[in-house]
Write a protein that binds this ligand. Structure first.
Ligand code: UDX
Length: 431
């Protein structure tokens, strides 16, 4: 099928490349010329495992093209809108400027029978508003939220765990989307066909649930800290109940990234607009618990350093909001590095992929290799659980650092091994 993808950020670039991999003829559109130039040469503008291979394959085969000219979408049967919906500057609501811009940009090129498919995460009610704008062109609208996780984005797009189609009426949009996702449909991927409002809500409800699960276990970590209990053993024990499950029960410095924090805030703002603020008021608490974990990591570091981080050499291992990503949007790890720097510590921060992005946002920080960060460090702080940090040998490291203190902000290190090697190990919510 001829497909256009408007917006080539994390979501759109992966979606475009994945649609090409599925055999479609794809044009990706973005206003950022540098990004489009890179993509057109088969280069990924951000770190995402598996994406470079798909880009090269699609660009070489000729069924994946990129352009800054919206006119190039003309003739596509399906137009995916995959632009960002960041937090507004002056409120916690979602900024729909890019969604509205994409829809208005598309209008002159839409023809009867074509399908516009919203993938962006939007406040409930957005599709209902947009359908009226699109209707005069004869094109239809569907809302098809994306559940991709960074680091697994290609897999999540090509083989999703479920498909959700929000449609207005009739079955035409369903038939078209079933053709787009023929492979997943053929593999019996669960499909939920519903209305616009439900499809929009599914996405924010899923992210709100995940954020709540993480903040729940982090709240238990807070209690464990004062009660002398261990939150990881608690998570293991409650996780054996398959109604609860062990996934997303890792206590630590908390969630970040381009989705969970902004989505729970936008959901709260939208619920308030709809007069139902109280229904999701708990999400403010979820947010507050999450942000407190950053304070806690900084507090543990300062306490371990004897009450002041001033002029202490602090090795911060990790800057990305999670491993397998170079994304630093709302990253707890980067936040901790910046705060410790602000307290006068001599922070050397490192990350396998996210140093370049971090240096643009926070040039005041000092960055280095893992070895440079650890050399002579007064304390080691692990804030993103990259496998290279989990694999560090505490025995070897003990001779490299100045003082053997480690704060494990992701509860990802082997406590027995680190303590056995003589380290003072400090976890979150751990004995
Ligand atoms: C999330 C959703 O998972 C995805 O379905 C949606 O489409 C977009 O938002 P992503 O932002 O890529 O995906 O990250 P995710 O893997 O969900 O992790 C979010 C944050 O939670 C990370 O900062 C991670 O470190 C943190 N986290 C996750 C925890 O602190 N504890 C956990 O147990 C799990």
């Amino acid at each position: 099928m001829k497909i256009s993808v408007i917006g080539c950020g994390y979501l759109g670039a992966v979606h475009a490349a994945s649609m090409a991999k599925l055999g479609h003829d794809v044009i990706g559109i973005d206003v950022d010329k540098a990004k489009i130039d890179a993509l057109a040469q088969g280069k990924a503008p951000f770190f995402e495992p598996g994406l470079p291979e798909l880009l090269v394959a699609g660009v070489d085969a000729g069924n994946l093209r990129f352009s800054t000219d919206m006119a190039d979408v003309a003739g596509s049967a399906v137009h995916f809108v995959a632009v960002g919906t960041p937090q507004q500057k002056n409120s916690t609501g979602a900024d729909l400027t890019y969604v509205d811009g994409a829809i208005h940009g598309l209008l002159p090129y839409l023809a009867p029978g074509e399908l516009v498919v919203g993938k962006s995460t939007v406040p409930v009610g957005t599709a209902e508003r947009l359908v009226g704008i699109i209707a005069p062109t004869g094109a239809e609208l569907a809302w098809n939220p994306e559940f991709l996780r960074e680091g697994y984005a290609v897999k999540d797009t090509i083989a999703p765990d479920r498909l959700v189609y929000g449609i207005e009426k009739g079955r035409r949009a369903v038939e078209i989307l079933n053709k787009v996702y023929a492979q997943a449909i053929g593999n019996d991927t669960p499909l939920v066909v519903t209305d616009f409002a439900t499809a929009e809500l599914v996405k924010v409800a899923a992210n709100a649930f995940l954020a709540t699960k993480i903040s729940f276990i982090n709240a238990m970590a807070e209690i464990a800290e004062v009660a002398g209990a261990d939150v990881t053993e608690l998570a293991d024990a409650i996780g054996y109940d398959d109604r609860i499950g062990r996934k997303f029960l890792n206590a630590g410095v908390g969630f970040g990234g381009g989705c969970l924090p902004k989505d729970i805030r936008a959901f709260t703002a939208r619920a308030e607009e709809l007069g139902r603020g109280e229904s999701v008021a708990f999400l403010k608490e979820v947010d507050a618990i999450n942000l407190r974990r950053r304070d806690r990591v900084v507090e543990l570091v300062v306490d371990a350093l004897g009450g002041s981080a001033y002029q202490k050499k602090v090795a911060v291992l990790g800057l990305a909001f999670k491993p397998q990503s170079d994304d630093i949007r709302d990253s707890p790890a980067l936040d901790v590095a910046v705060r410790l720097h602000g307290l006068g510590a001599h922070v050397i921060a490192t990350d396998p992929e996210a140093m370049a992005n971090s240096a643009i946002k926070h040039p005041q920080l000092t960055f280095g290799t893992t070895a440079e960060a650890l050399d002579g460090a007064d304390i080691v702080v692990v804030v993103t659980e990259w496998k290279e940090y989990r694999a560090l040998d505490p025995v070897e490291l003990a001779s490299v650092v100045n003082d053997t203190i480690v704060v494990d902000g992701r509860n990802c290190l082997d406590v027995v091994a680190w303590r056995g090697a003589g380290w003072r190990y400090i976890g979150l919510g751990r004995r």
